[in-house]
Write a protein that binds this ligand. Structure first.
Ligand code: TRP
Length: 455
């Protein structure tokens, strides 16, 4: 069994801790991802797999694949084998709604999942673990639910296809077939095992102990009878940050005993804080991260004041020996978000050899992030409560495996669709049109979808 040996190693390892609640490296150093792969027992995502993705999807693999942001996996190759034979799969990801404002690190799994959904043309379920955050962050039930809906708007703004996506809150959805699967999973996991995998202690309240099955069972298609009736063999692929691995080690361990397939995983590294201190940005220090709600001025300020630079102290020295790209945060951020491979290589070369200065690199990063955040803000503002309801409605998705893109119609015909929606204000309509202008078509598709459902 893959879980047994690995989990001890993972929790015993004294020099770095990575679990769903804590990510820290030794003495503020860097996370050693190779070691993590060994400890957890997952596989490295190598170039041959990335080439395969390119072949199967007939498009350039996402920046996050090309640049190694998603770097580890479990059985991703098997999912691709099946896909090659004509068997589809579904995607499952999630978010614990612990705060109102998301930072860039929070968007990474969703940006990547959107790409996977589009490239492979598959359905997606998104779990909002309002119950988890209520228990861990000491939020009230109501507040966690409110945050879940607010976060759903940010998630929808990433451009998911409403005809292929089901978003659910645990508080609303848990029950029925989902709950039956939770109980089956719970029966397979002893207290000792849960303590080994998650590090629970006798001081933790029992709510925490009861939670892992909730995050486990969206990996099984039978938890969604309205989506996958009779499709018990459909495989599940989970894009997530690697700190979520313990949940899915447990899931994969119990799956065969329940007669279910193990979910496959594709796992990312952490998005570093501006100050680069350790692996992950901190929600409690607003200056350690760029938020999707930051203004252009705030973004510029944060980058200039806080982004850790690998440039040299004096211009003379910098010109002579160049920047240390290994530790430089602006270059690191650009490697996440600057699409153009040639430009990135150019910056690295010029900056690394001292011809380009830190200020210039920071300026380019400011442009890239401002544009991205601006785009997100625009899309977020166009998301109505009605759209959230549409994504969260328990409904079949008859076109979930279809390849045809449901958008691509011109702005002028939009008013026809607006007509039929219940709650769009004039400003929100304007926002949708703006989104269309900058090429964010999925929201427009949502409006169309709404109009059809209410006709
Ligand atoms: N526990 C995750 C968090 O705190 C949320 C989550 C639920 C999740 N299911 C998931 C994340 C599946 C990735 C994949 O953010």
């Amino acid at each position: 069994m893959e879980v047994d040996k690995k989990e001890e190693l993972a929790s015993d390892s004294s020099d770095q801790t990575v679990n769903p609640w804590e990510v820290s490296a030794k003495e503020g150093g860097k996370i050693d991802y190779d070691k993590l792969i060994d400890q957890f027992g997952c596989q490295r995502l190598d170039d041959s797999l990335i080439d395969r993705v390119q072949r199967l999807t007939s498009r350039q693999p996402h920046v996050f694949l090309r640049r190694g942001v998603f770097f580890a996996h479990r059985d991703f190759n098997e999912v691709l084998d099946a896909y090659e034979r004509g068997d589809k799969f579904y995607l499952y990801t999630g978010r614990g709604p612990s705060s109102e404002a998301l930072h860039l690190g929070h968007l990474i799994p969703f940006m990547f999942t959107k790409y996977l959904q589009e490239a492979f043309k598959v359905p997606l379920v998104i779990q909002l673990t309002d119950d988890e955050k209520c228990m861990w962050k000491n939020l009230s039930v109501e507040e966690s639910q409110r945050l879940a809906r607010e976060n759903a708007k940010d998630i929808i703004a990433c451009g998911f296809d409403v005809t292929k996506t089901f978003i659910f809150s645990d508080f609303d959805y848990v029950g029925g077939a989902f709950y039956k699967n939770m109980v089956k999973v719970a029966k397979c996991v002893t207290l000792n095992k849960a303590m080994g995998i998650f590090g629970f202690s006798g001081e933790d309240h029992i709510g925490k102990l009861s939670f892992p099955p909730v995050q486990a069972v969206p990996s099984f298609p039978s938890s969604f009878p309205h989506l996958f009736p009779g499709k018990d063999k459909l495989r599940c692929l989970i894009p997530c940050a690697i700190d979520q691995d313990p949940y899915f080690r447990m899931t994969r361990d119990v799956a065969p005993r329940l007669g279910y397939s193990k979910p496959a995983l594709i796992e990312s590294s952490f998005f570093p804080a501006l100050q680069a201190k350790n692996g992950k940005m901190s929600a409690s220090d607003p200056n350690s991260a760029i938020y999707v709600t930051d203004t252009a001025k705030e973004i510029k300020n944060k980058i200039n004041r806080y982004a850790f630079s690998g440039g040299q102290d004096s211009i003379e020295k910098h010109r002579e020996i160049g920047a240390n790209l290994e530790v430089d945060i602006p270059v690191k951020y650009l490697s996440f978000f600057l699409e153009d491979d040639t430009e990135l290589e150019h910056i690295k070369k010029e900056y690394g050899e001292g011809r380009m200065l830190t200020g210039e690199v920071k300026k380019r990063l400011t442009e890239v992030l401002t544009e991205m955040v601006e785009r997100h803000r625009m899309a977020r503002a166009a998301v109505t409560d009605e759209m959230v309801d549409a994504f969260m409605a328990v409904r079949p998705l008859p076109n979930m495996f279809e390849s045809e893109k449901p958008l691509d119609f011109v702005g002028s015909s939009l008013c026809r669709y607006y007509h039929c929606t219940r709650s769009m204000t004039r400003t929100q309509r304007k926002r949708v049109e703006e989104c269309l202008e900058v090429g964010n078509g999925c929201l427009v598709a949502t409006v169309k979808y709404l109009s059809n459902s209410y006709n």
